[in-house]
Design a protein around this ligand. Structure first.
Ligand SMILES: C[S@@+](CC[C@H](N)C(=O)[O-])C[C@H]1O[C@@H](n2cnc3c(N)ncnc32)[C@H](O)[C@@H]1O
Length: 378
């Protein structure tokens, strides 16, 4: 395999040379640098010590966690033998020491303990029962096939980080695939990214509940065609019940763009989308701390700062009004978000931008008020 050296954050990583990322024998996607940056910030803020990068590929994620956070014991795993070899090379490159290799595992004991393994992630996570403070699942497509094992492998009160790149099922392009993977009905159209994220979290909540675990969403977002959720497990049957009470359904009138949500275990009406998580998508203290962290060494510092600014100021209410879609559905002209926001604020409502869409607002105003504001500006 022909390799080239890249730098991301504090890590130097050997990655395969390839025309297209999916042709490479070991996967590396530079476009996911922001995903890794945000994960580094969250790890720094939550101070997790024992971390598993379960689907590690080149090792870049786990190596960055070791170099850029307070994590003390970092495991890097991949089922591919080529990836395992490359992880070992990348450990040597970044820590200037040779790991002790024993078959399908390699250990590097220095200031931090680094363990590379070449196993099926499900097998490893089941072996390491309630062992990790933080488990990161960053797969091709859906994380669902690893979800059960990861819930066993994270300590009770630990953190589970999920990436899902299967946006076509979660955004309703392939509803059957969403029903199979997530046991939920997705929605298409302007709300699909927030809905897809909430379906992903809702599924994790339902899986966790059977272990008498609840979930707190520390931070969840959609960006660049992927979903990401950092979920804190909460120990106990009561916590499981509490999390389930945040599940519910979305109803959408495609003629007007009016949406409604209901927090119920079962839908009360026909044409419901879900079940999905309708609770908060962030812990305000955590995202504010992430935003205050020093970003100088991050790979995408400017993009991270811009993105977190929106997240920190975003109203944490389910769903938003995409002004372009609202105008189109109601045969109106598009008007500036700031003008609509000003009218709503004059009437005592809260309004913010949303990271889900540059052409949308989040507000606690009812649909009719938002429509009235848009009409008043015609
Ligand atoms: C999207 S890549 C991971 C990218 C990496 N996390 C990063 O940030 O660059 C997914 C990886 O999962 C590995 N993989 C797929 N199925 C696996 C399994 N059952 N157990 C362990 N690794 C697996 C693949 O070999 C691949 O390297």
């Amino acid at each position: 395999m022909e390799l080239t050296k890249i730098k991301e954050g504090k890590a130097e990583i050997l990655v395969p040379k390839a025309e297209r990322i999916y042709d490479a024998p070991v996967f590396y996607n530079p476009a996911m640098a922001l995903n890794r940056d945000l994960s580094v910030l969250l790890l720094k803020v939550t101070k997790a010590k024992r971390v598993l990068d379960a689907l590690s590929a080149t090792g870049i994620r786990g190596i960055r966690y070791a170099l850029e956070t307070e994590a003390e014991e970092i495991w890097l795993n991949d089922i591919s033998p080529e990836a395992f070899k490359l992880i070992i090379e990348n450990l040597k490159l970044n820590f200037n020491e040779n790991p002790e290799v024993d078959g399908k595992s390699a250990v590097l004991k220095g200031e931090k303990l680094l363990v590379a393994t070449n196993k099926d992630a499900n097998l490893l996570m089941n072996e390491k029962f309630r062992y990790f403070d933080f488990v990161d699942l960053d797969p091709f497509g859906s994380p669902m096939e690893f979800l059960d094992s990861s819930l066993r492998s994270v300590k009770r009160n630990g953190i589970l980080a999920l990436t899902a790149t299967d946006t076509a099922p979660l955004c309703g392009t392939y509803p059957k695939a969403c029903m199979r993977k997530y046991i939920a009905m997705p929605i298409r159209g302007e709300l699909c990214h927030e809905s897809g994220l909430r379906v992903l979290i809702g599924t994790a909540v339902r899986y966790a509940a059977k272990y008498d675990l609840g979930i707190e969403v520390l931070f969840a977002y959609y960006k660049d065609h992927y979903f990401r959720a950092f979920l804190r497990l909460k120990d106990g049957a009561k916590e499981g019940d509490r999390a389930l009470r945040n599940l519910g359904y979305l109803y959408f009138d495609s003629k007007t763009g009016k949406f409604e949500v209901e927090k119920e275990f079962l839908p009360s009406r026909a044409n419901a989308f879900g079940p999905m998580w309708l609770g908060p998508l962030k812990n305000q203290e955590i995202v504010e701390k992430m935003n205050k962290e020093d970003k100088a060494e991050l790979a995408e510092k400017k993009k991270v700062a811009k993105f977190l600014d929106v997240v920190v100021n975003e109203l944490d209410v389910p769903f938003f009004y995409d002004i372009h879609a609202l105008a189109r559905r109601n045969s109106l002209e598009v008007r500036r978000l700031s003008d609509i926001a000003a009218l709503l604020q004059e009437n005592g409502y809260h309004v913010s931008r949303t990271h889900f869409s540059p052409t949308a607002i989040k507000t606690d105003a009812p649909f009719e008020e938002v429509l009235k504001a848009l009409k008043a500006l015609q």
